[in-house]
Design a protein around this ligand. Structure first.
Ligand SMILES: *Cc1c(COP(=O)(O)O)cnc(C)c1O
Length: 479
């Protein structure tokens, strides 16, 4: 496909500007640009075709199945977009006086109330822009808590080896050293390892439950008790909230501070680098450390305001109030589904994952016995030994069938891992088609492994050199 600069033809254009209605003043020399502007010159027809072609090359949930495990690529109802586009939400300025944004403040307050109810937390801040940002913020709350008590020797955060990479990364960024503990062979937190790891230097412990291999850790009350008894706090990575909303609450499991990925569980389009939401919830003991500003007031008073300064607050982690329109989408989603709807969504997410896992388990090796929660992990280790076909080759071959690959090589504790999360929004018919494709690919891997090594064949590019693409991306056109 040609770049828009290559399609440019001198003198062509499609701009329709109104005539100037103010006196024309020549700019002084120092304000004039020194190099040529190089805007593409192109007709409206061609520019429209250019972007339509680009759009048709993008793959999203509206194109097809997107089983990217741990990412919850569910269908995002269009009503979320309609509501977040309303001028009263989309057109406000963050510095408007409080009396003129009462509706927006009420959205933030209501979303806080509902999400606290869903997670069993007491308070929430919407400032963090994504899950990893929430982790960093939550760890600052943990630090503030220990500091205020003068308990300064707590320098370590314990993280199981099944954790998402952002957990140890956030702990390191927050200035902690990371203690990794190994999981049991069936994928759970090893209680003996945990008991050995906790001590007077434990600031906190991070866990996602259900965990990254799709299993709910039934020892969770014991786990959080062990950490609390050692004087540490417990952090819940809420990226896997989708299978338990309306059913189980991190607050009841003994977690002190959590983040939620609004863009995953509560339905904002993500994956393309757009705005996300990683609100941090906490138990009342941590409220005084939350970032400011905080929305105050209730709908009983009918007046909402902003508390801009709190003495013990960790301060701001983002400008203004976070990605507000993501919160609008999340609240719309919660209100549309209601209490029963959220619970149904979770139940169907679990049902769909178990359906796929069971249909595939005679073909693909499942390292952890089910039932799973919202996702499951397959290991291609045996196939790789036998046929020299890797998880990567299977993933690349799926592209030729028009299916987005699952998450690859994660979690790290499973070799040659493929992790599938179908989500509640896929139909049985869609899953059946994908199951058939996965079985067909497996057969091919055995009968004609060479053909998989050449895939994908039907995509605009084949296999890029991933290291060069990541390290030396060419993002600017050279004139
Ligand atoms: C996605 C994810 C994160 C990070 O969330 P972002 O919103 O992508 O920053 C953390 N932990 C787990 C388990 C995740 O799946």
């Amino acid at each position: 496909m040609e770049l828009i600069f290559e399609k440019s033809v001198k003198g062509r254009g499609c701009e329709v500007l109104p005539s100037c209605d103010v006196p024309v003043v020549e700019a002084e020399g120092k304000y004039l640009r020194e190099i040529e502007l190089h805007l593409p010159e192109i007709s409206e027809t061609d520019i429209s075709r250019h972007y339509t072609e680009l759009a048709s090359r993008t793959y999203g949930i509206n194109n097809g199945f997107y089983p990217l495990g741990s990412c919850t690529m569910k269908y995002n109802p269009k009503i979320n977009e309609e509501i977040s586009k309303l001028p009263g939400f989309a057109g406000v300025h963050p510095l408007q006086p409080e009396h003129s944004i009462q509706g927006c403040l009420e959205v933030l307050k209501l979303a806080e109330e509902y999400l606290c109810e869903i997670t069993g937390m007491d308070n929430m801040s919407f400032q963090p822009a994504a899950g990893a940002h929430g982790e960093f913020t939550g760890l600052q709350l943990i630090r503030a808590y220990h500091n205020e008590r003068g308990d300064n020797k707590r320098t370590k955060i314990i993280v199981p080896d099944s954790a998402h990479g952002t957990n140890p990364a956030s702990a390191a960024m927050a200035g902690y050293s990371v203690v990794n503990i190994s999981s049991t062979k069936d994928g759970y937190v090893d209680l003996e390892e945990l008991k050995k790891a906790v001590g007077e230097d434990t600031a906190g412990f991070m866990l996602t439950n259900p965990n990254t291999v799709g299993l709910f850790d039934k020892n969770i009350l014991e786990i959080t008790r062990i950490v609390h008894e050692a004087g540490g706090l417990t952090y819940y990575d809420g990226a896997n909230l989708n299978p338990i909303m309306g059913i189980a609450r991190p607050g009841d499991m003994g977690f002190d501070v959590i983040h939620i990925n609004l863009h995953k569980t509560f339905s904002t389009p993500h994956g393309g680098g757009g705005p996300g939401g990683g609100p941090v919830g906490c138990k009342a003991l941590l409220e005084k450390y939350l970032p400011t500003p905080r929305v105050i007031g209730t709908d009983r008073d009918g007046v909402f305001g902003l508390e801009r300064y709190k003495e013990l607050s960790i301060g701001r982690v983002k400008n203004f109030y976070g990605n507000f329109l993501v919160v609008v989408r999340a609240l719309t989603y919660i209100l549309t589904l209601g209490r029963e709807g959220l619970k149904n969504a979770s139940e169907n997410a679990v049902l769909n994952a178990n359906y796929m896992m069971n249909q595939l388990k005679d073909t693909y090796y499942m390292p952890f016995e089910g039932p799973c929660m919202h996702e499951f992990v397959m290991s291609l280790e045996e196939l790789k030994k036998e046929a020299k076909v890797s998880a990567l080759d299977i993933a690349k071959t799926l592209l030729d069938y028009g299916i987005h690959p699952p998450t690859m090589y994660f979690p790290l504790i499973v070799h040659e891992a493929l992790m599938l999360e179908p989500t509640e929004t896929e139909s049985k018919e869609t899953m059946d088609k994908v199951i058939a494709v996965l079985k067909e690919i497996y057969e091919k891997a055995k009968s004609d492994p060479g053909s998989l090594l050449e895939s994908p064949k039907n995509t605009p590019i084949g296999r890029p050199d991933e290291v060069t693409a990541a390290r030396n991306p060419v993002l600017r056109y050279q004139f």
